[in-house]
Design a protein around this ligand. Sequence first.
Ligand SMILES: NC(=O)c1ccc[n+]([C@@H]2O[C@H](COP(=O)([O-])OP(=O)(O)OC[C@H]3O[C@@H](n4cnc5c(N)ncnc54)[C@H](OP(=O)(O)O)[C@@H]3O)[C@@H](O)[C@H]2O)c1
Length: 281
Amino acid sequence: MNVAILGCGYVGLELGRQLAAGGHRVVGVRRSAEGIRAVEDAGFDAVQADVTESDDLAAVPDVDAVVYAASAGGRDVESARTAYVDGLGTAVETFANRADPPDRFVYTSSTGVYGDRDGAWVDERTPLEPTTEREEVLVEAERIALQETGAMDGTVARFAGLYGPDRYRIERYLDGPVAEGYLNLVHRDDAAGAVRFLLTEDYARDDVVLVVDDEPVKRPALARWLADECGVERPEVRPAGQSERARTSKRCSNEKLRELGYEFEYPTFREGYRPAISEFC
Ligand SMILES: NC(=O)c1ccc[n+]([C@@H]2O[C@H](COP(=O)([O-])OP(=O)(O)OC[C@H]3O[C@@H](n4cnc5c(N)ncnc54)[C@H](OP(=O)(O)O)[C@@H]3O)[C@@H](O)[C@H]2O)c1
């Protein structure tokens, strides 16, 4: 398979490494020169382009599958709209209109589409009822990835909170204070692994799959576990977060991904944080 990864950053580089190791041909697309060096260092082809600009995308060769994993720079609504609605829309349209369009288009969305569910379980069948402008933007992006892809089959891989090498943020939990509410996590290698799996096993065409590990965990429980593992004092807990992200609480199910047959490298935070504990504590 020939795969173009648009916004080949934290997850994209790992996805590219996994696909290349499986004998697939990968091109990683980044805007910055530094990003291009990272793609080259990872050992696959690099194209420097702004993936939200159709003219720039002309430099990306024809491929069998496109993965749109560009991130929004900031957490504000306008950054999200630029990356996930305008940018994604341009990329979808540009590839759909090619003489030889890709067969598949995967968009890496976010469990942020659910907003706050007061700690309830959610899955792919849970209706999306955006209550904030940012949630509306995230839901609209998924609609584009599923309904405006023309001859390409769209897939939404709905990622939970990413963590892993360079993104353990262990001090944040140990220093506290930590807010109540559930965290839904997925290790970088499994976020990439799940997308690789959906592509190579040919699953989830025109479909949505939640990409989250086995165990939603309350922030204070994760922080206490980390503190105990590190042998330091447990952090202070405060009732609820002020930010939109900290206020939202839900438990995301990975039953569908599991049923498809994906095997997690890091099924829970306990396995995923082990290298960080060995390194930092
Ligand atoms: N982080 C999370 O917890 C989380 C949770 C759920 C979903 N997601 C989504 O998962 C996806 C992958 O996340 P990630 O953490 O791997 O993101 P990331 O590390 O920020 O990587 C994305 C890369 O895209 C590049 N990029 C951004 N805008 C671009 C543009 N217009 N043209 C070309 N390249 C561009 C950036 O590199 P340069 O600007 O250096 O080129 C960036 O390094 C994103 O869509 C993100 O929103 C993330």
